[in-house]
Design a protein around this ligand. Structure first.
Ligand code: ADP
Ligand code: X15
Length: 694
């Protein structure tokens, strides 16, 4: 763009106005010429003479540095310190106020006019710097954009001015041409040449200015486009900013609420900690009292008429059976109680019990002596059975040595020696030294690797199975391994956990599996039935489901009772009723299978050729709930008579069959509870493995 000082040639040669003649000094002359140059076009057409405007004044050279007048004035504006206030126009604003950045300050400033600092810049900056600044300010986002706007306006002014100057120059050129023509018509050739030269210079100057104006216009237009784009961006940024503010406010509220929540939770946590502490203390106190309480429970139970009556009702059965009934009742009544020791070991001797409980004595314990067996054994064997006070040692050896041919000596309880259960080799060797051969007929202890069952066989040969042992193995191993089919198993008893191994093992052998007893409620619960307060092993629900699936995958027909006999308490005189398996009300417990189930089970058993039974169908110790167990026992007795092989797997099932007097009707009644279970689980028995022939 043309600067004011770039056109002195025009003022040097073309018309002089009044201002020119009144200036005397060289700088004044320069100023006058510049002013004349600016005003000259008006002189040319003499149509609208005017006084110089501020912008014109701006272009006047003033002072020794040849700066324009207004530039100087603006330049001399005091810089002011940042905290100086702009009195009058901008009360409240200071030089340090960021007028384009702060909404309120910007409003105040726009009202007041142009900031002196900016005014100074606008007037004193060269055009290219102004352009650069303007472009730069366009890049500012936010309120500073208004500053950019000022720069653009100043720039646009200059473009307009240049355009006007260009127009003036073109007019002047035309005028000169006209004058040249006139001179040509009558003036000297030198004057024509000079005029032509001036005209040509002016034309060149006009062309240059034109291109400058075009370039400036283009830049101004570009800047305007950029300004519009930035305006939109600013608007979008402002919208986004608004959203962010809302989000920020919401988040702040949420944080405040969360903080409150944390405080409340911390309080609750503290309370819970306090409660937990109190509960722990109470538990510790309870734990301390527990053994006493348990002892009391046991003592009370032993004193109860139920216990006494149970023993009396048992009649001429083993002490062990009586104990089992008492223990079962006790456990059922207190399912959570861990009974570590035999709590009934010290119960009063029952006169109707004719066999001692071998038990697990710790050292010599008179009540575990085998002496009471001598009369019955003598009767059964038809000889006078002698009895030793010990099972090893010199005295015993003497008695053995003195035995007549066919004589029988009963050794004292081997469990009076700790080495028996520990299977001590020295002890086993001493036992072995008493005899010439070893016959093991104690199937009930064959699952124990003790000195008298397993150890002794290493030192005494031959070691063979007795007739009872042989029968047990024939049925529990032989008949089960290669049964006449269809082969059915009936598994009952209290808990599924004690029968997992048996069920799993039988699932690969049987065609039909009937489940009864306390364990069925764990299966029902696993299927989603409500079971009231029946016996349930919560940690075996998955196992129950997997057993049902296993049966299905193996093609075994697994039947659960369809109905149950429920009781309102675990007692012989409880109220009872029959309900469908899926309809046990709260507070009631299933204690036996129902009539429908007995019918279904019986029909299913009718189709079989081999049946093995382990575990009663209900709490058969109570008459009211012995119906299912007794019905199954009767069914098995009936089927035995028609040639079906029936095997009773020991423990309570045997006791139940004995109770109804049908034991001798079965193909085989096992004498070992634990041993028969282990055999049915497919485990080898150490007492059997040790034998040379079994
Ligand atoms: N529905 C039942 N609820 C609670 N206990 C039961 C139930 N049915 C049977 N019982 C108990 O299960 C006990 C026998 O279970 P278990 O020892 O497993 O049999 P076994 O000795 O024949 O292997 C019995 O004392 C009997 O009272
Ligand atoms: O009674 C016995 O087994 P059982 O109770 O499993 O039928 C045997 O005497 C084994 O007794 P033990 O479990 O004390 O070794």
């Amino acid at each position: 763009m043309a600067s004011p000082s770039s056109s002195p040639s025009i003022s040097d040669n073309v018309g002089k106005g009044a201002l020119l003649s009144c200036c005397s000094s060289s700088s004044d002359e320069k100023a006058a010429r510049a002013l004349e140059a600016l005003m000259w076009p008006h002189d040319l057409d003499s149509t609208a003479p005017r006084e110089p405007s501020i912008r014109d004044l701006c272009r006047l050279p003033a002072g020794v540095q040849n700066e324009s007048y207004q530039a100087r004035v603006m330049d001399e504006l005091s810089e002011g310190r940042p905290f100086d206030s702009l009195v009058a126009q901008w009360a409240g604003l200071t030089h340090g106020t960021r007028v384009w950045a702060d909404g309120d300050a910007a409003t105040a400033f726009v009202r007041g006019g142009l900031h002196p600092d900016m005014a100074r810049e606008l007037y004193t900056m060269p055009s290219d710097v102004l352009l650069g600044k303007s472009a730069k300010s366009l890049l500012w986002v936010g309120p500073p954009l208004y500053l950019g706007h000022h720069y653009i306006m100043a720039l646009a002014d200059r473009v307009r001015n240049a355009g006007r100057a260009l127009g003036i120059l073109i007019d002047r050129n035309a005028e000169l041409r006209r004058q040249i023509e006139e001179i040509r018509a009558g003036a000297a050739p030198e004057a024509v040449a000079a005029a032509e030269q001036r005209a040509s210079d002016l034309e060149a100057e006009a062309t240059r200015l034109k291109s400058e104006v075009q370039a400036a216009e283009q830049r101004a237009s570009d800047l305007e486009v950029e300004g519009t784009r930035l305006k939109y961006e600013l608007k979008a940024a402002e919208e986004h900013n608004k959203e962010l503010q809302v989000l920020f406010r919401t988040t702040r509220t949420e944080v405040r609420l969360a903080r409150k929540g944390v405080v409340a939770l911390t309080q609750k946590l503290e309370e819970a900690r306090g409660e937990a502490k109190a509960a722990t203390a109470a538990l510790a106190a309870e734990t301390q009292l527990r053994p006493e309480k348990d002892k009391k429970l046991i003592e009370d139970y032993k004193e109860s008429s139920g216990f006494q009556l149970g023993l009396v009702r048992s009649g001429q059965v083993t002490y062990e059976y009586g104990y089992r009934i008492a223990l079962a009742r006790f456990k059922a009544r207190h399912p959570g109680l861990e009974v570590e020791e035999n709590p009934f070991a010290s119960c009063p001797e029952d006169p109707s019990v004719d066999m001692p409980d071998e038990g697990r004595p710790k050292g010599v314990t008179p009540k575990y002596s085998l002496k009471p067996l001598v009369p019955r054994l003598s009767e059964l064997l038809g000889v006078n059975v002698e009895m030793a006070d010990d099972c090893i040692g010199e005295e015993v050896e003497k008695i053995v040595a003195a035995l007549p041919d066919g004589g029988v000596l009963l050794l004292e309880n081997v469990r009076f020696y700790r080495e028996e259960e520990k299977n001590g080799p020295e002890f086993a060797k001493k036992l072995a030294s008493l005899a010439d051969l070893y016959v093991n007929d104690a199937f009930g202890t064959a699952h124990r690797a003790h000195a008298s069952t397993e150890g002794v066989a290493k030192f005494l040969k031959p070691a063979v199975a007795g007739f009872l042992m042989q029968k047990e193995l024939d049925y529990l191993v032989g008949a089960v391994a290669s049964p006449k089919r269809p082969f059915a198993a009936i598994v009952g008893g209290s808990k599924v956990s004690t029968k997992i191994g048996v069920i799993e093992s039988l699932l690969s052998k049987v065609d039909i599996l009937l489940l009864g007893g306390g364990m069925i409620f764990t299966f029902y619960k696993a299927q989603g039935y409500s079971v009231g307060s029946s016996l349930v092993e919560e940690d075996k629900l998955d196992l129950a489901t997997s057993l049902l699936e296993k049966a299905k995958s193996k093609g075994v027909s697994l039947l659960l009772p369809t109905d149950v006999l429920i009781a309102d308490k675990f007692a012989a005189d409880a109220n009872s009723m029959v309900v469908p398996a899926s309809g046990i009300p709260d507070g009631w417990m299933g204690l036996d299978i129902g009539p429908d189930s007995i019918k279904t089970f019986s029909e299913s058993l009718d189709t079989t050729k081999t049946i093995i039974w382990n575990g009663p169908m209900g709490v058969f110790e109570f008459e009211k709930f012995a119906v299912g167990t007794e019905a199954i026992a009767k069914k098995l007795a009936e089927l035995s008579a028609s040639g079906v092989t029936t095997i009773i797997g020991g423990g309570d099932s045997v006791a139940a069959v004995e109770k109804v007097g049908l034991a001798d009707k079965m193909s085989h009644i096992s004498t070992g509870g634990g041993a028969s279970l282990e055999l049915l689980e497919g485990k080898p028995l150490p007492g059997v493995l040790a034998l040379d022939d079994a």
